[in-house]
Design a binder for this molecule. Structure first.
Ligand code: SF4
Length: 427
């Protein structure tokens, strides 16, 4: 499970290559699509003009009971064929010079190591030298040789799906790994040379008490990792958890406790030096996930693989399009193997929608909307076009405004989704 479950969510990560956008409308669009800007910046860490690359590996050892993302159990997938298909789609993408790459899923660590390394090596070839390159791993599926292979192939960041440090919660979630394997995976990652390691955690697991969640957070902090993503459990349609809830076998944690757990998360992680930089994400300074920062800046990205998505809004003032590959491995492989584009849905993003999406995504960052950056990219003044919600929430103490930024106040974070709705359309 990915650390990014918000903004462009995992189901919203994308596919389809820039190549398909040959009918792009403006000179600036075409220049960016050819990768000129990013090619000139090789070796830098300024991601502001570059694309991110997301590769979706929709395979897991088994299905977790809470998971609503598209993935199939590994024993039902021909892994070498899937990786061949991903490489075919990647080959047809003309773009290179990605500033970040993220192989997620699913659990990419469910693939046989040689197949995963084939994928990693081809992705690495398309990245800038200073690119951040993350692979998601299940802590129960890695060992020293596996992690050394990833490090040698150019992966420089790992995200482990830990979720909980309580054995009974891991069992309830259906995670398929133990508490001990989380610590062992982080230790093995350090030995393999990884200096940037993150954990995904879930709070408000049914039956969880404040002490349970605090124990999980304490255990995560004790591992001295660089990054934590912490999300409240949601009951997704089609999951075992949702069926159990409807049948009365499982009850959601009540809202007050959910909120208390979230507030405790912020306090505990900040005290440990993991600064909150987005609603659900925390990092040591300098270890914020650059790939996800690209999503929250509303920068373009290319997605490869079944159910992956691409955001091709290159100039916010012109709008763009979002392309989402169909969530079906067989149809995906049949298409790419016969030289056709991956089956996908295309959504046109109007200029107004692109402006609003930028505001909503920016507000997820603790830094909020950078007024100068927003004006430069959209040609619009956020203080004018969002005057009503900004003034209303400022009066309620839920929004802070300086001469440089507009951001959610700390007390607004638990109700952020409600507030962000008011930035989703222009009057
Ligand atoms: S590991 Fe579990 S949570 Fe993550 S994508 Fe697979 S089934 Fe979903």
């Amino acid at each position: 499970m990915a650390e990014l479950a918000t903004g462009p969510t995992k189901s919203g990560r994308r596919a389809s290559c820039v190549k398909r956008e040959a009918d792009s409308r403006s000179a600036s669009w075409r220049a960016l699509a050819r990768g000129q800007a990013s090619d000139e910046r090789q070796g830098t860490r300024d991601d502001s003009l570059s694309f991110g690359l997301y590769v979706h590996v929709p395979v897991c050892r088994s299905k977790c009971r809470y998971c609503g993302f598209y993935s199939l159990p590994a024993d039902r997938v021909d892994a070498p064929r899937l990786v061949d298909g991903l490489l075919l789609e990647l080959d047809r993408c003309e773009r290179t010079g990605f500033c970040t790459a993220y192989i997620g899923g699913g659990s990419p660590s469910s693939l046989p190591v040689n197949d995963l390394l084939r994928l990693v090596q081809q992705v690495r070839r398309r990245c800038l030298p200073a690119a951040e390159f993350t692979v998601e791993c299940n802590p129960g599926q890695v060992d020293a040789g596996f992690l050394e292979g990833l490090r040698t192939a150019g992966v420089n960041r790992l995200s482990f799906g830990a979720q909980s440090f309580l054995a009974r919660e891991l069992e309830l979630l259906g995670r398929g790994h133990s508490v001990e394997q989380i610590g062992a995976a982080v230790t093995a990652a350090r030995r393999a040379g990884f200096e940037n390691v993150g954990l995904d955690l879930i709070f408000a697991i049914p039956g969880s008490s404040p002490a349970d969640w605090q124990a999980s957070l304490d255990a995560a902090v004790a591992l001295n990792i660089e990054h934590v993503s912490a999300y409240s459990l949601s009951f997704e349609p089609g999951t075992v958890f949702e069926a159990w809830r409807r049948a009365g076998r499982l009850a959601a944690v009540d809202e007050e406790l959910d909120r208390a757990m979230y507030e405790w998360t912020i306090d505990r992680l900040e005290r440990a030096g993991l600064r909150q930089y987005e609603i659900s994400n925390f990092a040591r300074p300098g270890f914020e996930c650059r790939h996800n920062l690209g999503y929250w800046a509303n920068r373009p990205y290319v997605g490869i693989g079944p159910a992956a998505a691409s955001c091709l809004t290159l100039d916010i003032r012109e709008g763009g399009r979002r392309i989402t590959n169909d969530a079906d491995i067989e149809r995906y492989l049949a298409a790419v193997e016969s030289g056709r584009p991956a089956p996908a849905q295309t959504q046109v993003v109007s200029p107004d929608d692109a402006v609003c999406e930028t505001a909503v995504l920016n507000l997820r960052r603790r830094g909020g909307i950078d007024l100068a950056e927003f004006r430069r990219r959209t040609g619009l003044d956020p203080m004018r076009i969002f005057a009503d919600p900004i003034e209303r929430y400022r009066a309620m103490g839920l929004m802070e405004v300086t001469d440089r930024a507009v951001r959610l106040a700390g007390r607004a974070l638990p109700v952020a989704d409600t507030i962000l709705c008011d930035f989703s359309a222009l009057d």
